[in-house]
Ligand binder design. Structure first.
Ligand code: NAD
Length: 254
């Protein structure tokens, strides 16, 4: 689709994009660099990250750091390294996530459940916990937590993922209120399915179920997610906080 692209001024800002080696995170990193920000990608996929960094390098200042966000120590090290090389972090996009196996609750492997909660929910908490104090000290910050329409609606055979994403929405609401006295905005995004690698973790029936519920009748493009996120990270997004920006093609009407 040939769309005109809005300019968003993020010049001088330092951004962290977790899970930015591919998919939605890579599109976000590209958009932020094109908007003038420096970007640190934190990811566990070393090969994809190296490819992403070399593809993005012509656009601006970008670095890739290996970081498993399910571990507080790993998040702490990545943050320290980012602050050393790029400077204090103004913008945080908590995007990394996994879908996990498809199974009914009665059959769900508790270890898989814990892993999904560790990455998709606890990881978001660790990144916020580590980077928010710096934002408070400078009284400026923009945080975008990528949840999912699954966190609003609950998808069958994906209870762990849906519960983790609902947790991200609640974390966003709490943190948004905690930080509302500063020029710090904390908001969540709830996309419907995008054609990225995460869908490989789902069954064809699950993807068909989710897509069948989207009134737009198509996948959201990663650039459409990046466009909304770029605005959510801008200075101009100065009032809305603790809120959820819907990106579900009409599926969720709240
Ligand atoms: P993706 O699989 O293409 O990208 C996810 C990235 O996260 C990968 O690069 C992966 O290596 C990284 N990652 C996984 N575990 C990690 C960890 N422990 N620490 C750091 N990085 C880790 O998937 P995507 O579709 O781009 O997903 C991005 C976000 O969007 C996820 O939070 C996902 O839940 C959410 N989302 C995706 C869809 C969709 O249909 N694609 C829909 C709604 C929400």
């Amino acid at each position: 689709m040939n769309r005109r692209v809005n300019s968003v001024d993020l010049s001088g800002r330092v951004a962290v994009v977790t899970g930015g080696a591919q998919g939605i995170g890579l599109a976000v990193a590209r958009r932020l660099l094109s908007s003038g920000a420096s970007v640190a990608i934190w990811d566990v996929d070393e090969t994809a990250m190296a490819k992403a960094v070399s593809e993005l390098a012509p656009l601006g200042r970008v670095e890739g750091l290996l970081c498993d966000q399910s571990l507080m120590e790993a998040v702490d090290s990545a943050a320290t390294e980012t602050e050393r090389s790029l400077g204090p972090v103004d913008l945080l996009v908590n995007n990394a996530g996994i879908a996990g196996p498809a199974a009914a609750v009665a059959d769900y492997d508790p270890a898989a459940w814990r892993q999904i909660i560790d990455i998709d929910l606890n990881g978001v908490f660790y990144c916020c916990k580590r980077l928010v104090p710096g934002m408070i000290a400078r009284s400026y910050g923009r945080i975008v937590n990528i949840a999912s329409v699954a966190g609003k609606e609950g998808n069958p055979n994906a209870a762990a993922y849906s519960a983790a994403k609902a947790g991200v929405l609640a974390l966003t609401k709490s943190l948004g209120k905690e930080l509302a006295g500063h020029d710090i905005a904390v908001n969540a995004l709830t996309p419907s399915p995008a054609r990225t690698r995460i869908l490989e973790q789902l069954t064809e029936a699950q993807v068909a179920y989710m897509l069948g519920k989207v009134p737009r009748g198509r996948f959201v493009e990663v650039e459409e997610a990046a466009a909304m996120i770029a605005f959510m990270l801008s200075d101009e997004n100065s009032f809305t906080t603790g809120a959820t920006f819907d990106l579900s093609g009409g599926r969720a009407t709240y």
